[in-house]
Write a protein that binds this ligand. Structure first.
Ligand code: SAH
Length: 251
């Protein structure tokens, strides 16, 4: 069987217990070496064969999976964060399905969740934003035109931008074509949950300059929106005057 497992954002204790158990039991591990913290490989048992997919093509990954499956071995395909975001897992699952190789998926803590922890923030504040837009700048992977940064920034919602720390100047300019202003708060979160984690807060108008000053070019998320500022309304759920299915409101 092939197990796709979310490794979490980096800290070795931010993998799920299920993910850790699968790693401990694996005969073969194929991990995304460019991002997964190698400390997690310490969970693998002796004799486990470990492959770094950063040096492999999709075909080579599938070859290892198929050969192991034929021998009755358990394979863990370890992806950073949660595999469902920018994980290139769909093409692997489709190929496995075609070959009749069974697989399952184990969720992980995405880096965007770890980044909220790093800024001690809440993306969905009442009176500020109730939506989180997860996106990226177009790179070698194109982004559909209707999902361009200016189009998405028009909402003024909370935005989390992946895979774009190397393009901060263009990103800043495109974000400013939307509903944000140069004063809208932003943050660059580098290696959330790793020992070398860095949180750099700045107004959006200084995003590129801040990234440059601190030499941030990869493994970082850009957070934008007024959730990073001080104003919001308190929740209805915990308002003493509000009646919920569990509690009678009092004036
Ligand atoms: N599936 C992953 C994302 C993979 S794409 C997840 O759920 O987090 C790789 C991008 O994710 C990086 O370019 C960076 O933008 C972001 N990223 C991954 N780990 C990160 C971390 N610990 N801190 C900040 N950004 C991270």
């Amino acid at each position: 069987m092939v197990h796709f497992v979310g490794a979490g954002p980096g800290a070795p204790d931010l993998i799920t217990r299920r993910g850790a158990a699968l790693l401990e039991g694996a005969d073969v591990v194929i991990y995304a070496g460019s991002l997964v913290n190698p400390a997690l490989l310490g969970l693998c048992r002796e004799g486990c064969r470990i492959y770094d997919s950063a040096r492999m093509t999709l075909e080579e990954v599938l070859e290892v999976m198929a050969a192991s499956w034929e021998k009755g071995e358990d394979v863990v395909r370890l992806h950073t964060g949660d595999p469902c975001l920018y994980g290139a897992v769909r093409e692997q699952m489709d190929a496995l399905r075609e070959r009749g190789i069974p697989f399952d998926l184990t969720a992980g803590v995405s880096s965007f969740c770890a980044a909220a922890g790093a800024v001690e923030g809440e993306y969905t504040l009442p009176g500020v934003s109730q939506s989180v837009i997860i996106t990226r700048m177009a790179g070698r992977t194109p982004v559909p035109e209707r999902e361009s940064i200016p189009a998405l920034a028009a909402h003024g919602a909370t935005m989390v931008i992946f895979l774009s720390a190397g393009m901060l100047e263009e990103l800043q300019a495109q974000l400013l074509q939307g509903a944000y202003t140069p004063q809208t708060p932003a943050a660059l979160v580098y290696k959330a949950s790793w020992p070398e984690e860095k949180v750099l807060r700045c107004p959006l108008g200084e995003l590129a300059e801040t990234g440059k000053k601190h030499g941030i070019r990869k493994t970082a998320l850009v957070l934008v929106g007024d959730f990073l500022a001080g104003d919001y309304r308190r929740s209805k759920l915990y308002d003493p005057a509000f009646t919920t299915g569990y509690r009678e409101g009092r004036q």
